[in-house]
Design a binder for this molecule. Structure first.
Ligand SMILES: C[S@@+](CC[C@H](N)C(=O)[O-])C[C@H]1O[C@@H](n2cnc3c(N)ncnc32)[C@H](O)[C@@H]1O
Length: 274
């Protein structure tokens, strides 16, 4: 199932797709900035603003080593490295995303600070207690063994380190409509209610679990994307180029799922005991 999930997210040459869009915008690759790539490399509906809001809450210090689990194209990892002067290791199951992420990091000359590799968050290829913090943004909807994913995050964190997560949790009003960005038809989707996520994190040993409801903010992000798409006003560079022909339908369903209480978007921060 993991390879099917990777196939769902990214096929082909994702890097070339992004470079073609930049070329259509007459953007020179020589002086590319983090902001130039932000419309596509923060792969969640609210994009860069959601990453900034998460970062505002994280106790990252210069020199820290942070883990981004399910880092996608690496936009959030590069943002954290640049903002906090920290090192970020990223891991993602989707090979075309890992390939594009490393090429984009090289274009921005950030290879010293951001390293991205292919792997599964349920089996982290890192030693125990080596990271000062970890986050996973809009990844866990695809994670079948959520307890193992959390145990692995717990294992690789130093005592006192933070763990942060944002996701679409399962809402109280029944199964989501599909397709959505993380699943075409419900296969590979393992949504959990926020109360169950909290329970699993506690069972694994995390403490100080703070959950924030982000549904209203996400719904506004999806409405904005739908309005632009319906007007034919989507820019050449955006996450829609990663979602294929059904991008608009996926976005409409994601909004509808929030409005009907079928999903429950959250942002969560907790801590490994010190
Ligand atoms: C919506 S994208 C988010 C990417 C990135 N976190 C961001 O915010 O820009 C979801 C990502 O989760 C990755 N993913 C899904 N299941 C995973 C797993 N078990 N281990 C690692 N990555 C996973 C997918 O390959 C995809 O890149």
């Amino acid at each position: 199932m993991t390879s099917e999930i990777a196939d769902h997210w990214g096929k082909g040459d994702v890097y070339s797709l992004i470079i073609s869009a930049l070329n259509r915008m007459s953007k020179s690759l020589n002086d590319l900035t983090l902001e130039d790539l932000a419309p596509v490399d923060h792969f969640h509906a609210r994009g860069l603003p959601a990453t900034v809001e998460l970062a505002d809450r994280l106790p990252i210090k210069p020199g820290h080593h942070i883990l981004d689990i399910g880092c996608g194209l690496g936009g959030p990892a590069r943002y954290m490295a640049n903002r906090f002067r920290c090192k970020v290791s990223g891991l993602d199951i989707t090979v075309p995303f890992v390939d594009a992420a490393n090429k984009l990091t090289a274009l921005l000359q950030m290879e010293q600070d951001v390293k991205i590799e292919q792997g599964d968050g349920q089996r982290l290829p890192y030693p125990d207690a080596c990271f000062d913090g970890a986050y996973t943004q809009h990844v866990t909807m695809n994670v079948a063994d959520r307890q193992r994913f959390f145990m692995e995050a717990f294992r690789v964190l130093k005592p006192g380190a933070f763990f942060a997560l944002s996701e679409h949790g399962l809402g109280p009003k029944g199964e989501p409509h599909h397709p959505v960005p993380w699943s075409a038809d419900g296969s590979g989707a393992y949504l959990l209610a926020p109360s169950e996520t909290r329970r699993l994190l506690q069972r694994v040993g995390f403490e100080d679990i703070a959950i924030e409801d982000t549904g209203t903010k996400y719904a506004a992000g999806y409405r904005n994307a739908i309005e632009k798409a319906e007007k034919g006003a989507l820019p050449p560079l955006g996450v829609h180029i990663l979602m294929g022909d059904s991008a608009l339908q996926k976005t409409r369903n994601t909004l509808r799922n929030i409005e009907e209480g079928r999903t429950h978007p959250i942002q969560l921060i907790c801590r490994k005991p010190g």
